[in-house]
Ligand binder design. Structure first.
Ligand code: NAP
Length: 233
């Protein structure tokens, strides 16, 4: 096995995030499985009993105090976060066109999918810089690809483009410091968000995310990946 690391995954009580936790724990890493409530985090972590070292924790990515509390608590226990998977995401107002999308849908979507990921990065990347090691995976979507963007889910799609821009900014800001920052598209996956008719399992959806979260030192940074291959922005 590669060196044991500590990974923090947001929105990990179900869906792709939960599977990312399972796969990272199975690789021998310490996983901090975060969810919006303690009950959700504990219940999800209990389902991974036997898969490895998984600690439940509370984290609402839209709540600055929640992020600060967790960062302080981990620091006080001497837990260093080496890997962040910004997985938490929402898809709302999917069927409304860009001109009909409400301010509320736009704001809620950006709060979670973009500002949440940036705030989590702000809390944990400085420690990675100090320790000269870090992996950040922003869970994006093909819906955010500018090269092929159409009319699908405007708030969500635009939020994922902005998340990809955060990937580029953070990768550039941390280049040469032992930190690799990338965006991942899991494909269309059977989860509450993806629905029952999606073609992919959570195992398949989590694969590229886990691969990026555990890249070797010479791995890529500032890229957008699907099925472990670079894709267009
Ligand atoms: P999901 O089943 O709907 O799970 C979303 C997770 O995000 C839940 O754990 C949810 O927690 C959490 N969450 C929402 N708002 C949060 C907040 N403010 N703070 C912390 N956690 C929050 O979705 P999924 O399909 O697993 O999606 C995971 C990621 O993959 C998302 O970023 C999504 O955009 C992306 N993605 C999914 C697909 C797909 O086909 N499924 C395709 C492309 C990209 P609660 O249970 O508390 O609501």
């Amino acid at each position: 096995m590669t060196e044991r690391r500590t990974a923090l995954v947001t929105g990990a009580n179900r869906g792709i995030g939960l599977e990312v936790c399972r796969q990272l724990a199975a690789k021998g890493h310490h996983v901090i499985l975060t969810a919006r409530s303690s009950a959700k985090a504990k219940a999800a972590a209990a389902t991974l009993h036997g898969d490895g070292d998984v600690s439940p924790a509370v984290l609402d990515v839209t709540d600055a105090r929640s992020i600060q509390l967790l960062a302080r608590e981990l620091a006080s226990r001497g837990v260093h976060v080496d890997i962040v998977v910004n997985n938490a995401g929402i898809l709302v107002g999917e069927s409304r066109g860009v001109l009909e999308t409400t301010d509320d849908d736009l704001r809620r979507t950006f709060e979670t999918n973009v500002f949440g990921a940036i705030a989590v990065g702000r809390a944990f990347v400085p420690g990675m810089i100090d320790r000269r090691y870090g992996r950040v995976v922003n869970v994006s979507s093909e819906a955010g690809q500018l090269s092929s963007m159409g009319t699908y889910a405007p708030a969500y799609s635009m939020s994922k483009s902005a998340l990809n821009a955060f990937t580029r900014q953070l990768a550039a800001a941390t280049r040469g410091k032992g930190i690799l920052v990338n965006s991942a598209c899991p494909g269309w996956v059977r989860t509450d968000m993806g629905g029952a008719s999606a073609p992919r399992s959570v195992e398949e959806g989590a694969d590229t995310i886990v691969w990026l979260a555990t890249l070797p030192a010479r791995g890529p940074t500032g890229g957008f990946f699907s099925d472990r291959r670079g894709i267009e922005w």
